[in-house]
Structure formats: structure tokens, C-alpha cells
Design a protein around this ligand. Structure first.
Ligand SMILES: Nc1ncnc2c1ncn2[C@@H]1O[C@H](COP(=O)(O)OP(=O)(O)OP(=O)(O)O)[C@@H](O)[C@H]1O
Ligand SMILES: [Mg+2]
Length: 255
């Protein structure tokens, strides 16, 4: 058994007070309430040095399993996702790792599975990008951190489609096509697709949050696909679109 990592708020304070770590005032002020463990703080520091991140700005979102920061790299905004070592549970995510041939040969230790999760999201973003499915472009990963392109304006991150205003039929068509390309061209099922994990920016949809995405050969791929389809059709039916799970399933799978 590995020792659980204790939360160490003083590590963040130490980092913030060190001369080497560059961050904006926003970062210091808004992160005081977020508690990171010392392994994460160390990883963050290593990451900033290795990839020469200009600075870390404010947290865009702080959820149960991750915190996403806006940061800057070579003058461009990026999103930096930090998976929480303490709340991400191996039992909850192993069904998305076991059965995925990309990870079949790996012995995944309980203390490092979060690192695999970050790498998996990176790899899925890469496959989606190569297949022409709009999503953040992956930049780098290190331990439990992932850097990707930032979707949004200088002022703020793009909204999730649940909060956006759009032409529902057109966006449904677009999302359906992205789901089809994710399946057929990238060979992946998102497995957590819903109105929460699609951003809407400049009249275009972007798939995000793809760590749990599995290859289409995964034994549960079809179950995950049907769940994604059900979430998406339910959302668009509420928006007044005439669509059905059967039609969408057929459209995604047909040659
Ligand atoms: N590349 C990005 N550009 C802009 N905003 C982003 C980006 N990635 C994530 N976000 C913002 O951060 C939020 C959370 O990201 P994501 O969905 O990937 O994490 P999550 O796993 O759902 O986190 P949790 O489940 O812990 O809330 C998104 O809903 C979005 O608002
Ligand atoms: Mg999400």
C-alpha cells in the first residue's frame, strides 16, 4: 500500500513566495482557497520550468477531479488542467483503462494512475485533432498536468453549450458529425459526452474532457457510445430539435 498523499497547503504558499515561480496576482488571490498536495505543487513547478510557461493566471474551473487554469506560453493563452491526486479514484476510472489496448501492456501503480489519466487525455486529444474533430490542441503533459490550447477570448473561456446561445439544429448537425468522426476517423468513443463537455466558441463546437475516451475496440465501447448518444439527443430534444437515439446511432456507425 502506498501512503496517501496529504494535502499540503503550505507547499503552495512556499511556491508562491519563491522568486522562481511566475504567476499573476489573480493566481495568488484566487488559488488560496484551492488545496493542492505537495506532489502536485512539485509537478507544477517542474512543468513550468520544463516547458517555459510564461505564467499561470487564474483558475477557469475548479471541479471535483480537476482544476483548469488559464496560463500563458510564448505569449499565447493556454489551458492547464491539473488532476487532483486526492479525489480521482482508481476504481472509478479503471474501466476506461482496462480494456483499452493502448494501456494493455502497462502495470499501473495505484500512486501513479492519475499520471496515466493525464497521458490518456493527451493521447485522445491528439487522435481527435488528427481526425479533424475540433477540440483543444494538446501541447504537453507531465505527471498529473496537461497543457492544451485555450478555447475562448482574451477576457474569458468559451461557455459550455448548456450555457450558450445557438441555432440548435445547426449545432446538432455539427455535433453529430463530430461524434461520427470521433468514432470513424479517430477510432474513439468520448464516453463522457454531454452539454457540459462541449464548448461553444465563435459559432463552433469543441469537444473537451476526453480522458475517459476509449478506443472503439474496448469491450464496453458500444455501451459508452449509447450513453453519449442518449445525453446528446436528450439535450437537443429539449432545445426543440427533432432527433432520436436510433438515428444518431446509425449515423455514427454506418460506413
Ligand atoms: N482548453 C480549454 N479552454 C478553455 N476552457 C477550458 C478548456 N478545458 C477546460 N476548460 C474549462 O474547464 C472546465 C472543466 O474542464 P473539464 O471538463 O476538462 O474537466 P472536468 O474533468 O469536467 O473537471 P471536473 O469533473 O473535476 O469538474 C470546462 O467545463 C471548461 O469550462
Ligand atoms: Mg467536464
Amino acid at each position: 500500500m502506498t501512503k496517501p498523499v496529504a494535502n499540503d497547503p503550505s507547499a503552495l504558499t512556499r511556491l508562491l513566495n519563491s522568486d522562481e515561480f511566475k504567476f499573476t496576482e489573480n493566481f495568488g488571490r484566487k488559488t488560496q482557497s484551492l488545496v493542492f498536495d505537495s506532489r502536485t505543487i512539485k509537478a507544477l513547478y517542474e512543468f513550468l520550468v520544463k516547458y517555459k510557461i510564461d505564467y499561470v493566471d487564474y483558475p477557469i474551473s475548479s471541479g471535483k477531479e480537476s482544476v483548469v487554469f488559464k496560463a500563458q506560453l510564448k505569449g499565447r493563452p493556454i489551458a492547464l488542467k491539473i488532476y487532483k491526486m486526492s479525489t480521482l479514484k482508481f476504481q472509478n476510472i479503471r474501466i476506461y483503462i482496462d480494456g483499452d489496448y493502448r494501456f494493455a501492456k502497462e502495470r499501473i501503480s495505484r500512486s501513479k494512475f492519475v499520471y496515466v489519466w493525464a497521458r490518456k487525455e493527451f493521447s485522445n486529444l491528439q487522435s481527435l485533432t488528427e481526425a479533424g474533430v475540433r477540440c483543444p490542441v494538446p501541447i504537453a503533459f507531465h505527471k498529473n498536468l496537461l497543457a492544451m490550447s485555450f478555447i475562448g477570448t482574451k477576457q474569458r473561456a468559451a461557455p459550455q453549450i448548456k450555457d450558450a446561445v445557438f441555432d440548435a439544429s445547426a449545432v446538432y448537425r455539427e455535433v453529430s458529425e463530430m461524434m461520427r468522426n470521433t468514432y470513424q476517423k479517430a477510432g474513439i468513443v468520448h464516453a463522457d459526452l454531454s452539454e457540459y463537455n462541449i464548448l461553444y466558441y465563435r459559432k463552433r463546437s469543441y469537444f473537451i474532457d476526453v480522458a475517459q475516451g476509449v478506443t472503439v475496440q474496448h469491450p464496453s465501447a458500444d455501451i459508452f457510445l449509447k450513453r453519449d448518444i442518449s445525453n446528446i439527443t436528450q439535450f437537443f430534444i429539449k432545445k426543440g430539435v427533432d432527433c432520436s437515439t436510433e438515428d444518431l446511432y446509425r449515423y455514427i456507425k454506418e460506413d
